[in-house]
Design a protein around this ligand. Structure first.
Ligand code: C5P
Length: 401
């Protein structure tokens, strides 16, 4: 069953005659359980008042980018982070063009750039404008970047024309929004995901760790739940809220992460190793704080167990997915890792690009699987990329007996 329970939907309304239907869209989203906030362009306010949408959504409507008071309440970045989905309905030809160009010339387009949430567009415009080569190209660009589309319907238009361009019905738009969260692709499957860094203690107060934020693993957990999987997240130390319906097990060291992973194995059909596991740990953990002495100090490190390789080596083990963060020769190193660790799939990231990977909100990847399988996933928000990865896993997974 499709629903939007506990989901934050940011509704962007732009200036077309269909803007009056935003009121019904808010209602339809709320009926599916969503909390709705609204961003309006200047043009939209010519068709329907912010007050109407404020009364229906139960939240202040956001209209200005440069508004000191609004920024004190919920600023544009907070709004962008708040959203689980950014739905733009109606999306005019002008908004599609500005989104495709990556403009940030009003609040709506700025939030679209700033949000890691998926983008769902419900275009509405005159049929000739919809068919124009510029619009066709803008829509293709946005789709290639991962935006989802509720195709406009055919019919009589406000201007008297007949053809494609009428915004789809509000209830169908709300359904499209909810279906993004509930694909059923992994219904009944059990997914275990490792995420974040590990922390390797030197003494009671010091440790060796790395910069992994855990965002990708958490986004994967959320996408797995949305695909209907029973999901367990084995998390190193991270500052992230547990996604809804995810069972979270907190660990610190690589050894603890291995133990938690092995314990979860009996309930695991798919194992996704997203954690940035420390390759080495201090050979000994001092019981007391190490005192400084002398100008140099030497720490002996020993190799940590390879968690994903251990899981992949299990007879009758789960479908096992690993990650490869590389700075050069991405595909060559990743396919070597795929083979060496006997994985079923590997997701390779270029971490030399500071815009993607580790602490950023977006990512790009090349996914490889045995038999020369390959799919390039272009740069997108981690939530979008996570959904695409889950989709690929669901496609590649052997059929359940
Ligand atoms: O060998 P490398 O660290 O580059 O491999 C990365 C992949 O292996 C990731 O999926 C990571 O989660 C996993 N890994 C692991 N245990 C380790 C080291 C890496 O599970 N000790």
């Amino acid at each position: 069953m499709a629903h939007l329970f506990n989901r934050n939907v940011l509704l962007g309304v732009s200036g077309g005659i269909a803007a009056y239907k935003a009121a019904e869209i808010i209602r339809a989203l709320q009926q599916l359980g969503a909390t709705v906030r609204v961003v309006m362009t200047h043009g939209a306010q010519e068709f329907i008042t912010p007050l109407t949408l404020q009364a229906l959504s139960g939240n202040p409507v956001h209209t200005q980018l440069l508004d000191a008071e609004a920024e004190l309440g919920m600023g544009h970045i907070e709004l962008a982070r708040w959203a689980d989905l950014f739905l733009i309905a109606p999306a005019t030809a002008d908004v599609l063009a500005r989104l495709a160009a990556g403009r940030a010339d009003d609040l709506l387009t700025t939030v679209a750039l700033a949000t890691p949430a998926p983008l769902l567009l419900a275009p509405a415009m005159n049929q000739q404008m919809w068919r124009d080569a510029a619009t066709v190209e803008n829509v293709a660009t946005l789709k290639a970047r991962g935006a989802h589309l509720v195709e406009p319907a055919e019919g009589l238009q406000a201007c008297g024309d007949v053809g494609p361009g009428r915004m789809e019905e509000p209830t169908l738009i709300a359904q499209a929004a909810s279906s993004l969260f509930q694909s059923g692709l992994l219904a009944g499957r059990r997914v275990v995901i490792t995420a974040g860094p590990t922390r390797e203690a030197l003494d009671p107060v010091r440790y060796i760790s790395n910069n992994s934020s855990g965002k990708m693993g958490f986004a994967l957990a959320r996408a797995a739940v949305d695909a209907g999987a029973v999901t367990t997240l084995i998390a190193g130390p991270v500052q992230l809220a547990t996604p809804e319906h995810v069972q979270r097990i907190d660990v610190a060291s690589a050894q603890q992460m291995l133990e938690a992973s092995l314990s979860a194995l009996p309930q695991c059909d798919i194992f996704i190793a997203c954690a940035a596991v420390a390759d080495y740990r201090p050979a000994a953990v001092n019981a007391q704080k190490i005192k400084k002495s002398g100008e140099e100090m030497t720490i002996t490190l020993v190799r940590n167990p390879d968690i994903v390789a251990t899981i992949a080596a299990k007879p009758d083990g789960p479908y096992t997915v690993g990650f490869a963060a590389e700075t050069n020769d991405l595909v060559a190193y990743a396919s070597d890792k795929l083979r060496r660790k006997s994985l079923d799939m590997i997701i390779a990231n270029d971490v030399s690009d500071p815009e993607i990977g580790f602490n950023s909100d977006s990512n790009a990847a090349t996914v490889l699987w045995p038999g020369n399988g390959r799919q390039d996933l272009p740069r997108a928000g981690k939530a979008t990329l996570a959904r695409q990865i889950i989709q690929l896993i669901a496609q590649q997974l052997p059929v359940a007996e």
